[in-house]
Design a binder for this molecule. Structure first.
Ligand code: AHR
Length: 506
């Protein structure tokens, strides 16, 4: 049995949690839109063709904001193709995924779907084949009340009220050579600045995110962020960062290191933002939008991303997640929460079928992948503020990261209901980890609200249509409370959520 200690103090607050860190992503890619959220004729589809089973699972997942319509797709997208009478919408070849796009689902359908799903939209403007002019035109269509050509066009399309979309991404992964109309940092920094300016003139209430690096391993990483922000620092609120985790060595101990790398990535990008701010002697802080993140390695080869013959909605990168992937997703959520002072939006990519927590069969069932569960638990209990943690845990070393503590945890205090939530990973593959958690100043008379674990003896176990609950949350019965201390036993390779409540909330 390994032992560890975790200490927090009510007064040592890292940050309030921005609920937008529990975001997801819907791209016109594979079966994410068509056959995912939208499938007219499906037994659960509503009058608009939205799958009811997927809507229900999206609500259960607890996604708060959803990024749309891409992704790489964004860089070749004409927003006008996806609005207005359906029978007049053009069918086009999508050069991002070598697929045929029918445009039967577009901006207004996504807004209707968002309302039914109870999520906030996060939109992107095409800075690949398009530029500032299209961006301002699109924003006018979406957010202006009326009395101008494009806002009146929206009204003609049946949407009297503006959509009032608050969060906008200035393009997608513009540092990537794979991007349609990839740019250098200077080219992109200039276009991001000018696009941001005109968009803010159309609607000063929006928030804007410039593209950061597509990955920490990009050759331009670091200099890209610096140069882009050197151009557009004063006009943007966020810089994005994207990351997809790989289980390179097929060893869970090595795999856990990717969580530490995410933490390093976040801190590095924040430092670069602050370096640009320091050079300008600016008091403004740029926040981080981790607007694409997930595990993605089993379907990362080109044959998983492109199917011959320009098919409509082919199955692309339909990664099947296993128990260890769920632990990585859980660990990434802990890293995001432990950086809640800088990460204000984050999107698990994507929502359904395409590297998604939800999987569907066209015409058939929908089920929860393993990674659904840590996300749903973190979103359910991720209300309030993150406390600064001091932890003392045995550790091990790996090639992915030199020192990996077995215990990886975050503590959330929710003054609204008096609960304190500890989200903790045990990264030992062989040993239980007994953790003493001191909740200083959070109230001594504590009771247990919930103790849930995600653990499976077989790290390769998966959920399927026929066995959808192989990896699912269970109760962790090994919790004891003594005064302000919660003592919990974490199973080897497990993700845990322990919620306690003080009798007298502070
Ligand atoms: O999520 C799949 C793809 O990964 C996105 O389209 C792109 O932005 C990223 O490279």
């Amino acid at each position: 049995m390994l032992k560890a200690r975790l200490v927090v103090d009510r007064d040592f607050v890292l940050s309030d949690i921005d609920r937008r860190v529990f975001g997801a992503f819907v791209e016109h890619m594979g079966r994410c839109v068509y056959g995912g959220i939208y499938e007219p004729g499906h037994p659960t589809a509503d009058e608009q063709g939205f799958r009811g089973d997927v809507l229900e699972l999206t609500r259960e997942l607890g996604a708060t904001i959803i990024r749309y319509p891409g992704g790489n797709f964004l860089s070749g997208y004409n927003w006008e193709d996806g609005v207005g009478p359906r029978e007049e919408r053009p069918v086009r070849r999508d050069l991002a995924w070598f697929s045929t796009e029918t445009n039967q689902f577009g901006t207004n359908e996504f807004m209707d779907w968002s309302k039914k799903a109870g999520i906030e939209p996060m939109f992107g403007v095409n800075l690949g084949t398009k530029g500032p002019d299209e961006a301002r035109r699109f924003l006018e269509y979406c957010n202006h009340s009326g009395g101008s050509e494009l806002s009146d066009l929206r009204r003609e399309h049946g949407y009297e009220k503006p959509h009032d979309i608050k969060f906008w991404c200035l393009g997608n992964e513009m540092d990537g050579p794979w991007q349609i109309c990839h740019k250098t940092a200077e080219e992109y920094g200039r276009v991001a600045l000018e696009t941001a300016k005109v968009m803010r003139w159309v609607d000063p209430t929006i928030q804007l995110a410039a593209c950061g690096s597509s990955h920490r391993n990009m050759p331009t990483y670091g200099s890209w962020e610096y140069e882009v922000l050197d151009h557009c620092y004063d006009e943007v609120d966020f810089i994005s960062l994207h990351t997809y985790f790989n289980n390179n060595a097929d060893s869970a101990s090595e795999y856990f290191g990717v969580i530490e790398l995410l933490d390093a990535f976040i801190k590095e990008v924040a430092a670069i933002c602050d370096a640009v701010g320091a050079k300008r002697r600016s008091y403004k802080k740029i926040m981080l939008s981790l607007d694409e993140w997930n595990v993605w390695y089993k379907t990362h080869k080109i044959e998983h991303m492109r199917k011959p013959g320009w098919p409509e909605a082919p199955p692309l990168i339909e990664e099947v997640y296993n128990a260890e992937d769920a632990l990585i997703v859980g660990g990434a959520l802990i890293a995001i929460l432990n950086n809640a002072d800088r990460v204000k939006t984050a999107c698990l990519a994507q929502l359904v079928n395409v590297i998604g927590p939800i999987m569907t069969e066209t015409g058939g069932a929908a089920w929860r992948q393993t990674i659904f569960h840590p996300f749903a638990l973190a979103s359910k209990y991720g209300h309030g503020r993150v406390l600064r943690t001091v932890s003392d845990s045995p550790s091990y070393s790996a090639k992915t990261f030199p020192e990996i503590p077995y215990l990886y945890a975050t503590v959330i205090d929710n003054p609204a209901d008096g609960t304190t939530t500890v989200i903790a990973l045990n990264r030992s593959l062989s040993d239980n980890l007994e953790v003493d958690i001191e909740l200083r100043g959070l109230g001594a008379e504590r009771s247990l609200v919930a103790a849930t674990e995600i653990h499976h003896a077989n790290l390769k176990a998966v959920n399927t249509k026929d066995a959808p609950n192989t990896v699912a949350p269970k109760t962790n019965a090994d919790v004891a409370i003594e005064g302000e201390t919660v003592r919990v036993k974490l199973k080897p390779a497990s993700f845990n959520v322990i919620v306690t409540k003080a009798a007298q909330p502070n």
